[in-house]
Design a protein. Structure first.
Length: 254
């Protein structure tokens, strides 16, 4: 199904606003499987201590990056054909997976300052507008949980100095932030130049989400190139964590 069909009547407009929210992208069975795997990973705090690094920011203990080598259902979703098709349609070319992360954001966890994702990916030889991030919500993302907040119509260019990894000065933005509230199972497609932020989680519940970044690049092997770009050692140190019990079958995502 095309973006036009899936996004009809949904909050946000890709061309106008720089994001698109698609309701109930996951079925309840699919979400239940992913939530079970999220619980399994969250029960291993040593993983989060090792993989909580954030470029140009303090390390956090509520996120894993990368994560798909730790969880087969997460990996299957990252490479899901319909999700890749949506990314390709919006980007105007064949999309490749570039990066992946899992954010738990438990009650009391802080948010993120205003930034454009593309600022972090300069140096890869890809145009700033040729990336997008797919945010798959495993829990409701309501105002009290510190949802993603976007500034519409500011996704034409970088708003920071070329080559610099820096937050966006909010005084440069001439439109208000809009909170993108989502339900568990929803999918947010976010342009890499859209200024966005999130506040703290003021509730007692988690606000878990999977984030997969895709890009258009004529060169193959973008995922491994990005890991080299980040200086990650995980390519040489393959982690293997068995599920708590039973066999996890590949979810049939649609």
């Amino acid at each position: 199904m095309s973006v036009a069909a899936q996004g009809a009547g949904r909050p946000g407009d890709w061309e106008r606003d720089g994001w698109l929210l698609i309701a109930q992208y996951l079925s309840e069975d699919e979400r239940a499987l992913l939530c079970a795997e999220a619980d399994r990973l969250w029960a291993q705090p040593e993983l989060f201590a090792l993989r909580g690094a954030v470029p140009n920011s303090p390390t956090r203990n509520d996120r894993l990056e990368p994560v798909i080598d730790l969880c087969e259902p997460f990996r299957d979703l990252a490479y899901d054909a319909p999700l890749l098709a949506l990314a390709s349609e919006l980007l105007g070319g064949k999309a490749q997976l570039m990066k992946d992360k899992f954010i738990v954001k438990p009650g009391g966890a802080g948010g993120y300052d205003t930034h454009q994702d593309a600022a972090y990916w300069q140096g890869l030889g890809i145009a700033p507008g040729d990336f997008l991030t797919a945010v798959v919500f495993l829990d409701d993302s309501t105002r009290d949980k510190g949802p993603i907040e976007c500034v519409p119509g500011h996704h034409a260019t970088l708003l920071t100095a070329p080559g610099a990894i820096a937050d966006v000065e909010e005084g440069l933005l001439d439109a208000p932030f809009e909170a993108v509230e989502a339900r568990a199972g929803d999918l947010l497609l976010l342009h890499s130049l859209t200024p966005h932020r999130s506040g703290p989680n003021r509730s007692a519940e988690t606000r878990r989400a999977l984030l997969f970044t895709y890009a258009v690049d004529s060169r193959p092997g973008l995922y491994d190139r990005y890991r080299e770009f980040r200086g990650s050692t995980t390519a040489a140190r393959r982690w293997v964590f068995a599920p708590a019990a039973g066999v996890i079958e590949r979810p049939q995502l649609c």
